[in-house]
Design a binder for this molecule. Sequence first.
Ligand code: ATP
Length: 241
Amino acid sequence: MTSSQGITLQNASVTLGGKVILSGLSLTLSEHRIGIIGRNGSGKTTLLRLLAGLIPPTTGSVTIDGLNPTDRKAILPRLGILFQNPDHQILFPTVAEELGFGLRQQGQTEAQAQRAVTTLLAAENRSHWAKALTHTLSQGQRHYLCLLSILLMQPATILLDEPFAGLDLPTQTRLARRLSAVPQRLITITHDPATVSACDRVLWLDQGGIRADGPPDTVLPAFTAEMARIGEHDADTDLAD
Ligand SMILES: Nc1ncnc2c1ncn2[C@@H]1O[C@H](COP(=O)(O)OP(=O)(O)OP(=O)(O)O)[C@@H](O)[C@H]1O
């Protein structure tokens, strides 16, 4: 696994469709477990896309280990993304082809990639998955497959977008256990305080800016209290934006 300093934003802003979505973010994300929390529409997905180099900053800069994240080839060994919807990630008909693709992208031969896939599936007690058709897996299984694809590529940092959304409790527990054991830096984006309660650092994103940044036992009670306060007012005034 490549060693990593982390992701740095310097006065980064994103404007989409004439609207400022993220403004003036200056951060260095280097802790082992980082949570980014915010309510619907606060800018979480936009921030994930910015951190991953999927959109450029409108102003300011973003670097991953000092590199420009839009340089996909350089970023591939450094950053993996687990999207909320596995169907946005899975490209191939079979599990083995899906798992092998990233390794081929990293320059391994077909034979090397298939060996690595066979070894991983055996270690995961899922050798029977190799020839399985990806579209016949359940949502939770497809999510797990996407995580395995990322882990095979051994990036230093993994971005997770609402990793437990739509998964039943046993699947959530299994995925949480698997994630807690990975050596990678994890940056988890969610609206759910429980998902980031064990992080080293939590950032609360509100209306495209950082409202609080600190340990979970400081940030999460403040976030939860504010969500309860907003929930007591029935009009979702933000939809008028
Ligand atoms: N391409 C776009 N053009 C204009 N506005 C956009 C665009 N993409 C997102 N937005 C707006 O940016 C704001 C933040 O959106 P974003 O999807 O980043 O929020 P989020 O925190 O991920 O929300 P959710 O939890 O509901 O997924 C919203 O007001 C949204 O309408």
